[in-house]
Write a protein that binds this ligand. Structure first.
Ligand SMILES: Nc1ncnc2c1ncn2[C@@H]1O[C@H](COP(=O)(O)OP(=O)(O)OP(=O)(O)O)[C@@H](O)[C@H]1O
Ligand SMILES: [Mg+2]
Length: 239
């Protein structure tokens, strides 16, 4: 079977500082794949390489069988990859509605905007209530919902979420994982970066553990959740 996304022996550097070494990974259609690991492990670097924000040193990234290496970031979005970056990337001075409209800038997306907007407002009723409010005035959780809503407006074939639960209260983190489960049920293909390892493994079909730029472990998320080494290294007593 062909993978929706296939990463082959990918190496990426920032100038002289190499951040990824020979990373291989894949994502199948309709699955949730989590990428976990400590601060600085290279998770965001991997996501930036996939969405065309960083040029790899070597290796390949195939999406629906075609390489993404050398393809401009905008073209990668047009091919169906939406990336919600760490820190969300919202336009805080624009309203909720205007931010969502920006999600529909692609020509093939625009005709579906009304239906997509309805879908996003069904997922996030709060955003509907606050559609006329500036994005910067929303709570952290609401801003994260808005960033995800904007990405969904583009009807991505692959949705990348980089640490969607970062900085949110425990209640809102729970809502975020409920949302991820719902998107999974709806058949959205998700690549999820998380430091909350237990939750990320529970939410996923498969997972990769990155350690200082290398894939340290990979496999079925349920198996990794039970793996003593994963538990010992990444799940403290408080986690
Ligand atoms: N813009 C940059 N310039 C130079 N080095 C960078 C840059 N961004 C990241 N790095 C380095 O690359 C490595 C991987 O960073 P990356 O941001 O991918 O980690 P991460 O797993 O996403 O960490 P976190 O959980 O803190 O978000 C780190 O050593 C980091 O210092
Ligand atoms: Mg990161």
């Amino acid at each position: 079977m062909n993978h929706l996304l296939e990463i082959k022996d990918l190496s990426v550097a920032y100038g002289d500082v190499q951040a990824l070494w020979d990373v291989s990974a894949h994502v199948d259609e309709g699955t949730v794949v989590s990428v976990v690991g400590a601060n600085g492990a290279g998770k965001s670097t991997l996501m930036r390489a996939i969405s065309g924000l960083l040029e790899p040193l070597s290796g390949d990234i195939l999406f629906r069988g075609e390489t993404l290496v050398g393809v401009p970031a905008q073209e990668i979005t047009a091919r169906g990859i939406s990336h919600v970056p760490e820190g969300r990337g919202l336009f805080t001075q624009l309203t909720v509605q205007e931010n969502l409209e920006l999600g529909a800038y692609l020509a093939h997306v625009r005709p579906h905007f009304a239906a997509s907007l309805d879908h996003v407002f069904t997922l996030f009723p709060k955003l509907k209530e606050r559609r006329g409010q500036k994005a910067g005035s929303l709570s952290g959780g609401e801003q994260q919902m808005l960033a995800i809503g904007r990405a969904l407006i583009a009807r991505p074939k692959l949705l990348i979420l980089d640490e969607p639960s970062l900085g949110l209260s425990p209640l809102v983190v729970r809502q975020m994982f409920e949302l991820i489960a719902r998107l999974h049920d709806e058949g959205v293909t998700l690549l999820l970066v998380e430091q909350n390892i237990r939750q990320a493994l529970k939410a996923a079909d498969r997972a990769y553990v990155l350690q200082t730029g290398h894939v340290a472990m990979q496999g079925e998320a349920a198996a990794l959740l039970e793996n003593p080494q994963v538990q010992k290294t990444y799940m403290g007593a408080l986690d």
